[in-house]
Design a protein around this ligand. Structure first.
Ligand SMILES: Nc1ncnc2c1ncn2[C@@H]1O[C@H](COP(=O)(O)OP(=O)(O)O)[C@@H](O)[C@H]1O
Ligand SMILES: O=P(O)(O)O[C@H]1O[C@H](CO)[C@@H](O[C@H]2O[C@H](CO)[C@@H](O)[C@H](O)[C@H]2O)[C@H](O)[C@H]1O
Length: 445
């Protein structure tokens, strides 16, 4: 193993976006692309590494700034190799400037940057300064101050996959439709890299959107309201109405289809697959399997909905509350544990509704686990009710018409969350696990 690969492997293991926390990375360098050097002492290189450790190998995009001196941010230092100090690219202005140039420069990137193609909706843009956001994230987000004084949110995808990333295609359609519920997309970068086996893969490497100023994170807002026992029903009602508005716009902007038997079979297949994966990782789920399966089968026999583009991983961490714009929806990438090819397929809106309902339960679950526990059970029940009423204020009787589907998606989401927590935050497994037990118990009674 080369010095670079070894260094990146050790560093990557500690990053939030390293997606298989329970295994030691086994990296293989697939390709490296140099950006046009702006300065002889600062080289910007984007590496693509394949991690062979998980069952399905994953490809990571690792942008690095190699400096001649140890003069970058110490917290972002990956290590020293080949006589240079290597820093995590997104913390470095040189990387962000070259990324934005690639994304919004009109001409096709040639020569050394031929691995990437920029697409701009906002013309040629340039950053004056940038700052990486910290916090729990699957990808890496950066706030850039543009030369025209606007702020932009730049997101660098870490796990890259062959195919269309719905974060870009969904936001592009919403932006074109003049959405008031989402930040406008400004541009994106599509790249090519060698696949782990043979051939070339192509997919999105980064995107850039309007930064929503003064926005508060929905999860933090909800948790702080719940812990103080503050009413959240007005906000939850507006969130429900906003979700339905978003769904209406998505149905108008992207393909829809009436669900057919084969769509039901496909959805059921996906749900049972998740159940099997979760059971393998968390054996306690086995004894709940029969009850879960019965709920899935009931939903499969119920009336079929119209399928359309949805958010795909809706929860309180995917919404921002802005004083002048109300609720804003972000991160249309879908569930990170789901194959990319499935994520942009038309789906049922009740999947999103179920995701948000699970999130209110998570607020109560996380507060109950505090050192000094807070009982937010009633808070969560009221938020849930208000959210459904808000949704119905725009979408009419849809929730009542597809109640069995909603029940099944709520369980499916909790099953997904058990696997997600097992990989990322094992001490939180009890939150979705007890939700599955409760959802099954309330159904029987
Ligand atoms: N347009 C935006 N304006 C302001 N903040 C944003 C915007 N988009 C994302 N953020 C912030 O960045 C964080 C990560 O963004 P997100 O799209 O959820 O990334 P990830 O794919 O890593 O989960 C969000 O929780 C939010 O705080
Ligand atoms: O935001 P991501 O796309 O990375 O989504 C993943 O991580 C989420 C956690 O950050 C996870 O959400 C679960 O925990 C949330 C609280 O932290 C809670 O609000 C959600 O309801 C719950 O599902 C999400 O499932 C996962 O895909």
């Amino acid at each position: 193993m080369t010095e670079l690969t070894e260094l990146v492997g050790t560093w990557m293991r500690r990053q939030r976006w390293y997606s298989t926390k329970n295994v030691e990375p086994r990296l293989r360098l697939l390709a490296s692309f140099d950006a046009e050097p702006a300065d002889a002492d600062v080289r910007v290189v984007t590496h693509f590494f394949c991690d062979d450790a998980p069952r399905t190998p994953r490809v990571y995009q690792v942008p690095v700034v190699a400096r001649a001196g140890r003069d970058g941010d110490e917290a972002a230092l990956i290590g020293e190799a080949g006589g240079r100090y290597l820093y995590d690219g997104p913390t470095e202005e040189a990387y962000v400037a070259s990324l934005v140039q690639l994304m919004t420069g009109q001409e096709h990137a040639e020569g050394r940057d031929a691995h990437a193609q920029g697409h701009t909706l906002g013309g040629r843009l340039a950053v004056r300064s940038s700052r990486r956001l910290t916090g729990e994230q699957s990808n890496t987000s950066i706030v850039g101050e543009l030369e025209d004084d606007r702020l932009a949110l730049i997101k660098v995808f870490r796990v890259v996959q062959d195919g269309e990333n719905p974060d870009v295609s969904t936001l592009a359609a919403l932006t074109a439709a003049g959405s008031r519920r989402t930040p406008a997309l400004l541009g994106w970068l599509t790249g090519r890299w060698p696949t782990p086996v043979a051939g070339t893969a192509s997919g999105e490497l980064a995107l850039m959107q309007d930064f929503v100023p003064g926005a508060e994170d929905g999860w933090e807002l909800a948790v702080s309201a719940a812990e103080r026992g503050e009413d959240f029903t007005d906000r939850a009602y507006l969130l429900g109405a906003g979700t339905a508005e978003l769904h209406t716009l998505l149905a108008r902007s992207l393909p829809t289809k009436r669900a057919a038997k084969e769509d039901v079979a496909l959805a059921l297949d996906g749900m049972f697959r998740r159940l099997t994966v979760t059971t393998t990782e968390v054996p306690e789920v086995e004894e709940l399997r029969a009850g879960i399966a019965a709920v899935y089968e009931d939903a499969a026999a119920a009336p079929l909905p119209l399928l359309q583009r949805i958010h795909g991983d809706l929860h309180l961490g995917q919404v921002l509350y802005a004083p002048d714009r109300g609720w804003q929806f972000i991160d249309f990438e879908g569930e990170p544990l789901r194959p990319l090819a499935e994520r942009a397929l038309p789906d049922a809106t009740m999947r999103d509704v179920a995701g948000m309902l699970r999130s209110f339960d998570y607020v109560a679950g996380s507060l109950a686990r505090r050192e000094t526990p807070v009982d937010a059970t009633a808070w969560a029940a009221n938020a849930r009710q208000a959210y459904l009423e808000g949704y119905a204020s725009v979408a009419g009787s849809e929730v009542d018409d597809f109640r069995l589907l909603l029940d099944a998606f709520e369980l499916d989401k909790a099953v997904y969350e058990i696997a997600y927590e097992a990989r990322h935050r094992p001490s939180w497994i009890p939150i979705p696990l007890s939700a599955v037990q409760r959802l099954l118990a309330t159904r029987v009674s």
